[in-house]
Design a protein around this ligand. Structure first.
Ligand code: CA
Length: 229
């Protein structure tokens, strides 16, 4: 894989270059936000971009949001020194595909990058039929979503979570089942992480349309009420 790592801690950046290089990847480094954005735009294409969040110049969130604004679908993994729902939600809003909280294990980083590439290579979930629930339509193959005639931008993981709910409209789907379906390495991940994505989905597919279609099923997970207006 060709990977761009944007990280201002030189020691960590060099360690990532050595480690990923030893696994056969080509790694470019940038040490500030402006340089990182410029390289992502002109030195690629990259198979993945690893962005530290706290950077001089532009933050990792800003770099990611600008790449998405360019229409660049490159898989982005954010490295954050903070954890908690707020930061991940911000990363999702910026269009990041995954995140890792520092300090992280190199083995986990390498596995996450492989998973991002698999997803990108597969063009997302299997090209099944277009899913429909009321006026909500999800084209899994094209990774596009719309409600009525308004297109909704979703990240890969939001799309996966929504597809789980839309595959069985009206039926309760357990958080654990969503985790197993959407995450590449679900072992050891708290199923409550799904809440973060559901919260972000509600802000995109429900709130702007005055809907409450994604319902909480207490103690279990969620269900989609497609015709809720
Ligand atoms: Ca930093």
């Amino acid at each position: 894989m060709r990977i761009l790592v944007v990280e201002d801690e030189r020691g960590l950046a060099e360690a990532l270059r050595r480690g990923l290089g030893a696994e056969g990847h080509w790694v470019d480094l940038a040490h500030d936000g402006q340089q990182g954005l410029a390289m992502a735009r002109t030195a690629g294409p990259y198979d993945a971009v690893v962005l530290d969040v706290m950077l001089p110049g532009l933050t990792g969130y800003e770099i990611c949001a600008r790449l998405r604004a360019d229409g660049d679908p490159v898989p982005v993994l954010l490295l954050t020194a903070l954890d908690g729902e707020y930061d991940e939600a911000e990363g999702l809003d910026a269009g990041a595909d995954d995140y890792l909280t520092k300090p992280f294990s190199f083995v986990v980083l390498a596995a996450r990058l492989r998973a991002l590439r698999r997803r990108a290579a597969a063009g997302g979930p299997a090209p099944a039929a277009v899913l429909q629930a009321g006026d909500l339509v999800l084209d899994k193959a094209a990774r596009r979503c719309r409600r009525g005639d308004r297109e909704i931008e979703l990240t890969a993981r939001e799309l996966g979570v929504l597809a789980c709910l839309m595959a069985a409209p009206g039926a309760a789907v357990a958080k654990r089942d969503i985790l197993d379906e959407v995450w590449d390495s679900p072992a050891g991940i708290d199923p409550n992480i799904v809440e973060v994505y559901v919260s972000s989905l509600r802000k995109k597919v429900d709130a702007p349309f005055g809907r409450r279609s994604i319902r909480t099923v207490h103690g279990l997970g969620y269900r989609l009420a497609p015709d809720d207006a």
